[in-house]
Design a protein around this ligand. Structure first.
Ligand SMILES: Nc1nonc1C(=O)N1CCN(Cc2ccccn2)CC1
Length: 228
């Protein structure tokens, strides 16, 4: 079973994936397990300090090294026989792709470091992080939502996570093309009709039309994807 260890000072946020939807059902089915670790539990001062000002000056605060080091040590004492892969979510990371998600989905264990403030002491990354990943070229308030997006994408690929219907659809994405248009009842609404081919019952024609739509959309909206 896939195990996630998450380091975050806002662990309650992760109910967003454990309480509802495919990721909640997958948890209930035992397709993955999740442990959230708060670095504040690895501090020794009265104020449970985990951040401090940056050397050299500059705005904001950084997450300090020692509470994170001690959190990693506690995590790695769990199931030491299981190889662990530690990912730091940050704008400085490699952009996440479905191909990378598929590779991550084969790992038995993933640790996710969720930064807050202006990031973490660089020595944490040097000593404990295997891979930095960005979910996009924009900045959010912390690593928790990026971590949940990565986890959701990985969980969906666990065998048994998607019903047959969805998993078939999942395959249509794995060909690296954008999705085709989709329609449902009514057949005509506000003067707009469903493309006749979809009403034809001719499955070969429908499959051909859908693939052609995927290629046209990808060419028009994301030609960069066609070079892969
Ligand atoms: N884009 C993203 N893809 O993954 N994470 C993000 C993202 O925006 N964030 C917000 C800032 N956090 C803290 C931080 C600040 C500066 C340098 C490093 N870390 C990390 C997570």
């Amino acid at each position: 079973m896939l195990r996630f260890d998450v380091i975050s000072i806002f662990g309650e946020m992760f109910s967003a994936i454990t309480a509802q939807g495919i990721s909640a059902k997958a948890l209930d089915k035992g397709l993955y397990e999740l442990a959230v670790w708060n670095p504040r539990d690895f501090t020794h001062d009265r104020h449970r300090t985990i951040d401090d000002r940056p050397y050299g000056g500059g705005p904001g605060m950084l997450m300090m090294y020692e509470p994170l080091r001690d959190t990693f040590k506690a995590i790695n004492q769990q199931q030491p026989e299981q190889p662990n892969h530690t990912i730091y979510l940050s704008p400085q990371g490699q952009p996440l792709t479905q191909q990378r998600v598929a590779e991550l989905a084969t790992l038995p264990r993933i640790t996710l470091l969720c930064g807050r403030y202006e990031g973490v002491d660089e020595r944490v990354i040097e000593n404990f992080v295997d891979e930095e990943i960005a979910i996009g070229d924009f900045v959010v308030s912390g690593g928790e939502l990026p971590a949940m997006m990565l986890m959701d994408a990985v969980i969906r690929l666990q065998p048994g996570a998607l019903g047959h219907q969805d998993s078939a659809r999942q395959d249509s994405f794995s060909d690296g093309l954008l999705d085709c248009p989709h329609y449902t009842r009514p057949e005509v609404v506000d003067g707009k009709a469903v493309p006749p081919v979809l009403m034809s019952g001719n499955h070969a024609h429908i499959a051909k039309w859908r693939y052609e739509q995927q290629r046209q959309r990808t060419q028009a909206r994301r030609p960069d994807l066609l070079n892969n």
